[in-house]
Ligand binder design. Structure first.
Ligand code: SAH
Length: 214
């Protein structure tokens, strides 16, 4: 699939729409304006890609709504070169947005088919910097910790303790918490032992599940 003038036009409209819904940082909207969301989706969904809606990506999972991608990225509050861990690679779209922002990206997916889909999507679009892992996000990536940002793109029943430990002091975790409907939650680590929690509205994500799936 190509990034045609039609796709570019629709993408521009989507970004304008997002900018009216919330005052996102310009660099975030610019980054999303550079990532061809339709090229992460299967053929036939391409003209739906620039509506502000979640869409199916296979294996019973969905690509997050663009507004949610922008908001989670905004809440992370990261700068270029910061190290970020994403839980739930899915089709790799959010991963690409983080890479466009110049963050050092690590991402984990528990379903092998999606891990492979994201690998294919990211390689084809020349996003070679993110490091992808097939594994269980509940464990995080202790070998690569600490992370300045941790972004969970699935609904967690509670905050995984391994992820709290892997958060850098001064870093933030953005995590939707709850079963069914989730509360977007930001957890900021202010010292070795202190964490501050803030809540940022209701969302609906696919669930964060334990273990891996072939
Ligand atoms: N960021 C993705 C969103 C995909 S939906 C995108 O832009 O497409 C959330 C993803 O989280 C799903 O692919 C699901 O398989 C994955 N997931 C759920 N529980 C997980 C876990 N414990 N570890 C890693 N990934 C998980």
């Amino acid at each position: 699939m190509l990034d045609t003038l039609l796709h570019r036009g629709r993408r521009k409209q989507l970004i304008e729409q997002l900018s009216k819904k919330y005052q996102f940082k310009k660099e975030i909207l610019d980054a999303m304006g550079r990532v061809p969301r339709h090229m992460f989706l299967e053929y036939g969904l391409d003209l739906l890609a620039y509506q502000d809606k979640p869409l199916p990506i296979g294996a019973g999972q969905t690509i997050s709504q663009p507004f949610t991608v922008a908001m989670q990225t905004e809440l992370l509050g990261l700068s270029k070169w910061d190290k970020v861990l994403e839980i739930g690679t899915g089709c790799g779209y959010q991963t690409a947005v983080l890479a466009e922002l110049g963050y050092r990206v690590f991402t984990i997916e528990r379903q092998r088919a999606l891990y492979q889909l994201a690998q294919k999507n990211l390689n084809r679009l020349d996003y070679h910097s993110p490091t992808q892992f097939y594994g269980d996000g509940f464990a995080g990536l202790p070998k690569f910790a600490p992370f300045k940002g941790i972004l969970v793109t699935c609904g967690a029943p509670e905050v995984p303790s391994a992820l709290l430990e892997q958060l850098a002091i001064g870093g933030k975790m953005v995590i939707p918490i709850g079963n069914g409907t989730q509360t977007m939650t930001v957890i900021e680590r202010s010292s070795e032992k202190e964490y501050f929690k803030s809540e940022h509205g209701a969302y609906k994500f696919v669930p964060m599940l334990e273990g891996t799936e072939q």
